[in-house]
Design a protein around this ligand. Structure first.
Ligand SMILES: *Cc1c(COP(=O)(O)O)cnc(C)c1O
Length: 223
């Protein structure tokens, strides 16, 4: 099988699962965006998916993305790149320059750094507030109780908050966490939900995901 066939088959399979999940939830699948998570993959691994026409990708590290994507953007038009990993404040400017959306806004110091970077570069990109939905000490994201105040601070700083993002605890049923994130978004008047990965995106779609972040199901297992 060629690399492009492999990419095409995986993409078709994921899109079919997305359509089924959306249908069960009586949603239209066009309301769910598939972010192909290309962390750890080389440009050669990513090109076959770009060759299928897919254009929305996500990375979890600024430096890794900076090494791969400017070159790929020279080769392919209309690439949209989202940052889905933790962001250090000192990399805020690089992130605003490189990415089209940030899914990991989770603290006041980062709001400040991102607002400053956006002002300096005169470039506004939408952000998702990441919520530590399982209240796990090792995970990024703000406390559930802090969502409203972070939202207010981000808006006061001129940041466009698109919605909420979460990575639920592993090895347990994620559905209650997805439902909780959906409720938090609704309570705060936010439209978009970045939730669901290779193992659980169907559940996330049923519970309202507008952005799913899928790596393994598209590219195969990571090393
Ligand atoms: C790696 C990663 C994903 C994709 O995970 P898969 O299980 O490979 O689909 C999604 N979201 C975040 C934040 C990630 O770091």
């Amino acid at each position: 099988m060629t690399q492009m066939t492999y990419a095409n088959e995986n993409l078709n399979a994921v899109q079919e699962q997305m359509a089924k999940a959306a249908k069960l939830a009586q949603r239209t699948v066009d309301d769910v965006r598939l972010i192909a998570i290309s962390k750890t993959r080389s440009a050669d691994d990513i090109r076959p998916l770009l060759d299928t026409g897919h254009r929305l990708f996500g990375e979890n590290r600024v430096q890794e993305a900076a090494a791969k994507w400017p070159g790929l953007r020279d080769e392919y038009d209309n690439v949209e790149l989202h940052l889905v990993g933790q962001l250090q404040s000192n990399k805020a400017e690089d992130a605003v320059a490189l990415f089209d959306a940030i899914h990991s806004l989770d603290r006041p110091s980062l709001i400040k750094a991102l607002a400053k970077a956006m002002d300096k570069l005169d470039r506004r990109i939408p952000c998702f507030i990441q919520v530590n939905i399982g209240e796990e000490s090792q995970k990024g994201g703000c406390a559930i109780a802090d969502v409203a105040s972070l939202l207010e601070s981000a808006r006061a700083a001129g940041i466009d908050v698109a919605g909420l993002m979460c990575v639920p605890p592993s090895a347990v049923n994620p559905a209650p966490y997805f439902a909780l994130l959906a409720k938090l978004a609704k309570d705060n008047g936010l439209e978009n939900l970045s939730m669901g990965m290779s193992g659980d995106f169907e559940s996330a779609i049923k519970l309202g995901a507008t952005h799913i972040r899928v790596g393994t199901a598209l590219f195969g297992a990571r090393d």
